[in-house]
Design a protein around this ligand. Sequence first.
Ligand code: TYM
Length: 346
Amino acid sequence: MPPDAPPRTSRALSGIQPTGRFHWGNYFGAIRQYIDLQPGAHQAADEAYYFIADLHALTTVRDPARLRSLVHAAAVDLLALGLDPERAVLFVQSDVPEVAELTWLLMTVTPMGLLERCHAYKDKKNRGLPADAGLFTYPVLMAADILAYDATIVPVGEDQVQHIEVCRDLAGTFNHLYGDVFTLPNPRLVEGGAKVPGTDGQKMSKSYENTIEVFEDPAAQKKKIMRITTDSRPMEQPKDPEGDHLFELFALMAPEGDRLRMADLYRRGGFGYGEVKKALVEAAAAYFADARGRRAELEADPGRVEAILAAGAARARARAGDVLARARRACGLSRGEAATGKGRRP
Ligand code: TYM
């Protein structure tokens, strides 16, 4: 950038799939960052765009009524967890059809080999499951999601970093061919939350059936917590809290003092994992108590939630429309404007 150029706007953007209710991995890896990056928050970006990725969810949810209800529930959850529609743009992915057209433009510069290496497709193929073209080209849609808003920061968990690399690759190729059209984004991960463990110690994920949902009924949630796997070392033996998934979960939501006391207890030994689990039940209840209250209020006012999504979609479409027009002009899809430089970023 030349020294006298105005600083570029920092714009956070991220998407989350409504394939089930949000779990602790979604919250501590991604949603908590969405909140922190909203304008006015302590690590604020200049602008923030967050969307519910219903087009991506279509590769797994095939029941229309369920998809509709999951999308609405996702909006309620995000608002209850602190997303503020006055400061961030909240919308549903499919309400911005410009993104689908942009996906096609990007598809024409996407090498097959790049997609063959992407993990969502590779994992499914390795498990012998049939994969459709939607799953195969999923990272291209995700790239369009990001590039359509000139996003600079993409808050995500570790599992999405590969997809952001793909996005940067595709944007780089397109820019190389057609001029400076797209902004290259960077992923943003949080320390301690980039890979939240599930009840079995693997990464928490719907596909591993090891999730604990943020707004799960408290009794069901307690049951799951009490069933978190632990090792079989005797109670007397001192243990290292680092790398213990039960402790890791506790540390995410316990106040600092409780976390230090618990780490100490681990190092001294002479305690049972049952005690830690009970402490985790209480820490989770306290951590999400306010959000549960807000959720109940929002649930009682579906009209308000839908109005927020409609307003968000209008704002998102305006921006994506500009970016798409730029991309169309740059690659020769708009007649009469060739060689005027209008395809370039202002
Ligand atoms: P999705 O819906 O699988 O997950 C949403 C967000 O939650 C994070 N996450 C985790 N973080 C830490 N530990 C875990 N155990 C854990 N599980 C999930 C994910 O990393 C993600 O940030 N492809 C995306 C959705 C998407 C998107 C985008 C994201 C579509 N377009 C554009 C960013 C930008 C996905 O499937 O996320």
